[in-house]
Design a protein around this ligand. Structure first.
Ligand code: AMP
Length: 282
C-alpha cells in the first residue's frame, strides 16, 4: 500500500490505472476506522481494479469546535488495517493541501439540508459538499463508496453528483452494527463503559418504531412511546426522531404514498452525539 500526501501524488499514481482502463474505487473517510469502514473497503475491492481510501478529518463539516478537536485519531492503526485488507493507496492530505485558502463557494442543497442533521448542525452539509467535491476532483474515481449509516449525507451526495455531473458511480453499503445493534461509528470510541451499555437504546428505539409502523400504528403515538423509552434512560438525550422520505428528506407523518421511507435519529450520550437510521421497507 502506498501512502499519498499530495494531490500531485494522487494524480501521478492513478494516471497509470486510468491509462490501463482499470476501475478506480474510492472510499472517503475521516479515519478511526472500524468494521463499517472496512465493509466499504471490501465492497470497493470486489468492484474495482484499484482501491484508494482517503483519511481526512474535514474541519469545515464540524459546526462544533470541541467535536472536531476530540474526533478520534488512530492513523497508525488505520494504515495497518488498510494495508492488511489489500488497499492500493491511502490519501492522507494535510489541511493546507485541501484548504490552501478558505473556500468562497457555499453549497445550498435546498430542502434536503434544512432538516435533521442540516438543521441541528448548521453548515455541516456545506462542508461535506465542499470536501467531497474536492476529493472527487482530485481522485476522479469511477466508483465511490458511502455508508447508509449517514443517510442524509447519501441524499446530499447523490444530488451533488447529479447536479454537477461528477463522473462517478455512487455505491451505498448497509450499516454495519455491533452485536447489540449499536451502529459502528468512530465516535463510539469516546463512549465510557456506562454510556456504551446504554447506547444500543438508539437502535432499539428505531426497530421498535419500525415494527409499530408496520403493524399499522400511528406515527405520532409511536414517537410518544419512543420518547417514554428514552425518559427511562436519562443518560441518553434524544435530539430528533423523524419519519422521512429517504430521497427528498421531506418529513412525513405516515407511510402513505411513499416507498422509500426511513426513520432518522440523533441522540446525545453525555457530549457525544450519535446518529442512526432504519429503512422501513427492507
Ligand atoms: P466517516 O469516517 O464517519 O466520515 O465515514 C466514512 C464512510 O463510512 C461514510 O460513507 C460513512 O457513511 C461510512 N460508515 C460509517 N459508519 C458506518 C457503518 N457503521 N456502516 C457502514 N458504513 C459506515
Amino acid at each position: 500500500m502506498k501512502l499519498l500526501r499530495t494531490k500531485q501524488e494522487v494524480h501521478h499514481h492513478l494516471e497509470i490505472s486510468r491509462i490501463n482502463n482499470t476501475t478506480i474505487g474510492f472510499v472517503p473517510t475521516m479515519g478511526a476506522l472500524h468494521d463499517g469502514h472496512m465493509d466499504l473497503v471490501k465492497k470497493a475491492k470486489e468492484n474495482s481494479g484499484v482501491v484508494i481510501v482517503s483519511i481526512f478529518v474535514n474541519p469545515t463539516q464540524f459546526n462544533n469546535k470541541k467535536d472536531f478537536e476530540n474526533y478520534p485519531k488512530t492513523l497508525n492503526k488505520d494504515l495497518e488495517l488498510l494495508d492488511k485488507s489489500g488497499v492500493d493507496f491511502v490519501f492522507v492530505p494535510s489541511n493546507q493541501e485541501i484548504y490552501p485558502s478558505v473556500p468562497s463557494l457555499i453549497i445550498d442543497f435546498g430542502s434536503i439540508d434544512k432538516v435533521l442533521e442540516g438543521a441541528f448542525r448548521p453548515g455541516h452539509f456545506n462542508g461535506v459538499g465542499i470536501v467531497v467535491s474536492k476529493l472527487l476532483n482530485i481522485v476522479k474515481p469511477h466508483k465511490t463508496f458511502f455508508g447508509q449509516k449517514d443517510l442524509q449525507q447519501v441524499a446530499i451526495i447523490k444530488r451533488l453528483v447529479e447536479d454537477l455531473y461528477f463522473d462517478t458511480e455512487i455505491v451505498i453499503i448497509p450499516t454495519v452494527r455491533e452485536a447489540d445493534g449499536l451502529a459502528m461509528s468512530s465516535r463510539n470510541l469516546r463512549l465510557d463503559s456506562e454510556q456504551r451499555k446504554i447506547a444500543p437504546t438508539i437502535y432499539k428505539a428505531l426497530t421498535f418504531a419500525k415494527d409499530e409502523l408496520l403493524a399499522g400504528n400511528n406515527w405520532f403515538d409511536t414517537r410518544e412511546k419512543v420518547k417514554s423509552m428514552y425518559a427511562k434512560e436519562p443518560e441518553v438525550r434524544l435530539e430528533y426522531f423523524e419519519l422521512i422520505s429517504s430521497v427528498s428528506f421531506e418529513i412525513l407523518d405516515s407511510l402513505k404514498g411513499h416507498s422509500n421511507i426511513a426513520i432518522c435519529t440523533a441522540a446525545y450520550l453525555g457530549e457525544i452525539r450519535l446518529i442512526d437510521n432504519i429503512s422501513i421497507f427492507d
